[in-house]
Ligand binder design. Sequence first.
Ligand SMILES: Nc1nc2c(c(=O)[nH]1)N[C@H]1C(S)=C(S)[C@@H](COP(=O)(O)OP(=O)(O)OC[C@H]3O[C@@H](n4cnc5c(N)ncnc54)[C@H](O)[C@@H]3O)O[C@H]1N2
Ligand code: MOO
Length: 272
Amino acid sequence: MEYSDKVSEGKASLRASCDGLLKIEKEALYRFNLLGEIMCSTLHTNTPVKKGEQVAATRLIPLVGERSLIEEAVIIAESVESAELGESVEKIVRVLPLKKVKAGLVVTGSEVYYGRIEDKFEAVLRGKMAELGSEVVRVGFAPDDASRIAEEIRLCLEAGADLIITSGGMSVDPDDVTRTGIRKAGAVDTVYGTPVLPGAMFLVGRIGEVPVFGLPACGMFHKITVFDLILPRILTNEPSGVSNLPLWGTEVFVAIANIASIRSVISENNPK
Ligand SMILES: Nc1nc2c(c(=O)[nH]1)N[C@H]1C(S)=C(S)[C@@H](COP(=O)(O)OP(=O)(O)OC[C@H]3O[C@@H](n4cnc5c(N)ncnc54)[C@H](O)[C@@H]3O)O[C@H]1N2
Ligand code: MOO
């Protein structure tokens, strides 16, 4: 975080010192604001932010106040326990840098594969990865055939992908076989369904330590979907982050549950 060295209109502003994911310790912020004559307002926690962006501002509301009030505010601001980490983080407002990953994309759909319609997904996903400082190492195309989808996922892994994203084929039509393809590729701990719109038919799982995201077609039509909520969180070094993938089976879903609680888990025998 960077703090403004000048106070303007009685307010001091806090800016992100790097690109990353904003973390607000809400309980501590609440106690800070309960002091009454001093306030701090922030952007929402888990918002991706850019270096230099203003993320919070604080002021003494009556402009002049007792020194003891400031001292109390400083104690609250400096003794913060992170709700997610369960440990001291010494800041109410933090920006976590994002890890750079190499994504492998698998665009599914026979109508795209056989050229009946032009693919619109690749450009969207390339843009979203680039926006967060990550890159795409391979883009594979597969028809509505689970084995072909699995094969394209395997080729992405061979190309060094440490994140797999599939697009389309996540709904209930007979040709929606992307989930089966993801499972054929060896994905485990798969969770299908989130209480987020757009994105209710989103899937998350892992192949070894590589996260796999199955995006329903809404990922292409809407600017923000569940994918945009989860992706930056996966790229941090917090428990939900890519560097802690051994924890994936349970803890990552607990962390993600703040924004997308688990609706259903695919069983071995019932991939739909
Ligand atoms: N009976 C139901 N149908 C649908 C439901 C439902 O609950 N019950 N939910 C809808 C919602 S919400 C979503 S989201 C979609 C999920 O769709 P899919 O992920 O299966 O998407 P597709 O069927 O593969 O494609 C939908 C549409 O988009 C076109 N498409 C797909 N991929 C591409 C691409 N790469 N480039 C350009 N266009 C693409 C595709 O041709 C279809 O027209 O399900 C709803 N239906
Ligand atoms: O399943 Mo769709 O992903 O709800 O928008």
